[in-house]
Design a protein around this ligand. Structure first.
Ligand code: AMP
Length: 620
């Protein structure tokens, strides 16, 4: 039998690679001769810039060459797309529009090419890392990006967990508490990990998905722009190329300030006005730069405090502090950390490579190349997850309701939790299960993950029918929810995962279409295969849509009754409020009363929603 692994024929393995899809840089690694090793790009680079460029002939360029085009051709070049994952914001590139995960898939496709050079062409399994604080949606989009690039995404793991794995792999005999402080280009994460007899247990994780080196660069861009406005009354940020140039210089200056006390930034041409080149010059001192970003850095120390609290540890309990991510090279970061812990962080780990090496170790454990009894890792849920419920509040049952947590934040995963709920109205035949992720006691203030309707509940008294809701959070950090009507048994159960899969199939199809259009490289046989696949998927989606149609949950009479109760109770509460708030409540009650008189279903529903939304806002 032919061995596809050209470089490593000693070990029998199914190739599973580890990927760090970073805001600034990305990399792919695998286990070679029992150790993680990065697969370098054809020009010998371990990390490639996460930048995508479309050249003038329409060719896609990813990595270093793409990064070089950021200033020259900003409208054809995209950087830091990871910051937009989960936003469904369309991104313009070379006159076309792509979604963030589609652009990410182009970066992953480039990495896939490196993997294919080692193992030969074909589908490969991959473990991809994400910030611990990524939402379920951001995780799913990352998985989707991997699939679009031709990987079978075996697992999504948290970046600080991967970094801890890379460390744990080298220090397997130590028993210690480790703090992983991960400040990269776009995100910040901090995790507390306990290492005991080869078991790495993540105790708690927190962070900020929108804080990193990019923000520091933009602070400097603003400073440079102010300088130009003062000198020439021109804002260079309004010009796409000027903006890209300032950003590039800002990052260079920032990096230099990690080793130098001061730098001179001299740009004679940033933009042009009336054929006159306009530029600026500035001498930047490290302390001025620190002043610009200190508030953000201090915020990260607040997160460190919080994560310790959640892990129920004191700063003195931490044995090791790992600094991960390129932005931890800023000397002020190490200074704040060592002041806080009264201990120096480790210097023997590579801040930019630890994550991908850890991902490769996880991939090695998965494929069996690394022995499973050597190292085991557990993780935690970064957010609480639960469902919307009717929430009793000042004697009112209000909509859309409160948030009932089923899996609390920082629960060790994989985990399964179940809870019993009951019907709230007589004769209720269906319950709507709305799933949220977040920490607010109000569902609408959290992030919705999905919803579905459990139908076929036998008519009974209010509270008589029990519904069991089961949450399963798997090792990939992806949730499945099932609801079951206890009295009728299994056939009444519905899983949310069906809904999630359906969405992602739709999303997958749309993405493949857009990417195909974008790349315009399909061969005719690919196209035929593709058309067949599309027809099959569309038929499937249509069938599911038909299954999904359901009646409104409340009857007209029930809705009217609810509106009357809400109106009476809200009126009774008006006395608790003063001024503007009191006026607003009165106005809404009056609108609600008008809707009751008119007795129109839609208007009643809208008026009820408005009153309850306002009541929730007042409560906040
Ligand atoms: P990462 O996401 O870990 O690749 O980190 C990338 C971020 O680290 C980018 O914002 C870089 O500008 C930043 N970075 C890399 N090296 C340095 C350095 N020496 N000093 C400050 N920031 C750096």
């Amino acid at each position: 039998m032919k061995n596809v692994n050209k470089t490593n024929d000693k070990e029998k393995f199914r190739p599973v690679v580890g990927i760090d899809l970073g805001t600034t840089n990305s990399a792919v690694a695998y286990i070679r001769y029992g150790k993680p090793e990065i697969i370098s790009s054809p020009n010998g680079k371990e990390l490639i810039p996460s930048v995508v460029h479309v050249d003038t002939s329409g060719k896609i360029v990813v990595g270093k060459d793409a990064a070089s085009a950021l200033v020259a051709m900003p409208s054809r070049t995209i950087a830091a797309v990871k910051r937009k994952m989960g936003s469904s914001e369309s991104i313009d590139i070379a006159g076309k529009k792509l979604l963030p995960h589609e652009i990410s898939s182009l970066i992953l496709k480039e990495l896939k090419g490196y993997v294919d050079r080692v193992f030969g062409e074909g589908e490969k399994e991959a473990v991809i890392t994400v910030p611990a604080y990524f939402t379920d949606e951001q995780r799913r989009e990352t998985k989707l990006a991997g699939e679009l690039a031709g990987f079978i995404v075996e697992r999504i793991i948290n970046e600080p967990t991967a970094a801890a794995l890379a460390f744990g792999f080298e220090h397997i005999d130590e028993n210690s508490h480790i703090l992983v402080y991960d400040l990269g280009g776009g995100t910040f994460d901090v995790s507390v990990v306990e290492m005991m007899d080869g078991i790495l247990e993540v105790k708690a994780s927190t962070g900020n998905n929108y804080l990193g080196g990019e923000d520091f660069d933009w602070k400097l861009v603003d400073l440079f722009a102010e300088k130009m406005i003062a000198k020439h009354r021109v804002d260079p940020r309004e010009d796409l190329r000027g903006r890209a140039l300032l950003k590039e210089e800002a990052e260079k200056a920032k990096i230099l300030l990690s080793t130098e006390e001061s730098v001179r930034v001299s740009l004679p041409i940033v933009t042009v006005r009336e054929n006159q080149p306009l530029g600026f010059e500035i001498v930047l001192h490290r302390k001025d730069f620190v002043q610009l970003i200190d508030e953000m850095l201090l915020e990260t120390i607040d997160s460190v405090r919080n994560v310790l609290k959640e892990a129920k540890l004191r700063s003195a309990d931490l044995d090791e502090i790992l600094l991960v991510g390129g932005s931890t090279r800023i000397p002020r970061v190490a200074e704040l950390i060592s002041d806080f812990f009264q201990k120096e962080p480790r210097v023997d780990i590579h801040p930019e490579e630890a994550v991908v090496l850890g991902a490769a170790i996880q991939a090695g454990l998965k494929s069996g190349v690394l022995s499973k009894d050597g190292l085991i890792v557990t993780d935690v849920t970064p957010y609480s997850m639960g469902i919307a419920v009717l929430k009793e509040w000042q004697g009112l049952a209000i909509h859309p309701g409160g948030f009932h947590v089923i899996i609390p934040k920082n629960t060790t995963i994989p985990t399964t939790r179940s809870e019993m709920f009951c019907t709230s109205r007589a004769g209720q035949s269906a319950v709507s299960i709305e799933i949220f992720q977040g920490e607010s006691e109000w569902a609408k203030k959290n992030h919705i993950l999905g919803d579905f309707l459990l139908e076929g509940i036998p008519p009974n008294h209010a509270g008589a029918e029990e519904i069991e809701v089961v949450f399963r959070y798997n090792i990939n950090g992806i949730l499945e929810v099932t609801a079951k009507c206890v009295s009728t048994g299994e056939q009444m159960s519905v899983t949310v995962q069906d809904a999630l899969v359906r969405n992602s199939q739709e999303l997958y199809l749309e993405s493949v279409n857009r990417l195909q259009e974008f790349l315009k490289k399909a061969t005719s046989s690919d196209e035929e295969e593709w058309e067949g696949f599309q027809i099959m998927m569309q038929e499937m989606l249509q069938e599911e849509e038909e299954d999904d149609e359901y009646e409104d949950e409340l009857t007209h009479d029930e809705l009217r009754e609810e509106a009357i109760t809400l109106s009476e109770r809200t009126k009774a509460m008006v006395g608790n409020y003063r001024g503007n708030e009191r006026r607003q409540i009165k106005q809404m009650v009056s609108k609600l009363n008008k809707a009751i008189l008119k007795d129109d279903f839609e208007e009643l529903q809208t008026a009820i929603d408005k009153v309850t939304d306002k009541l929730i806002d007042l409560e906040m």
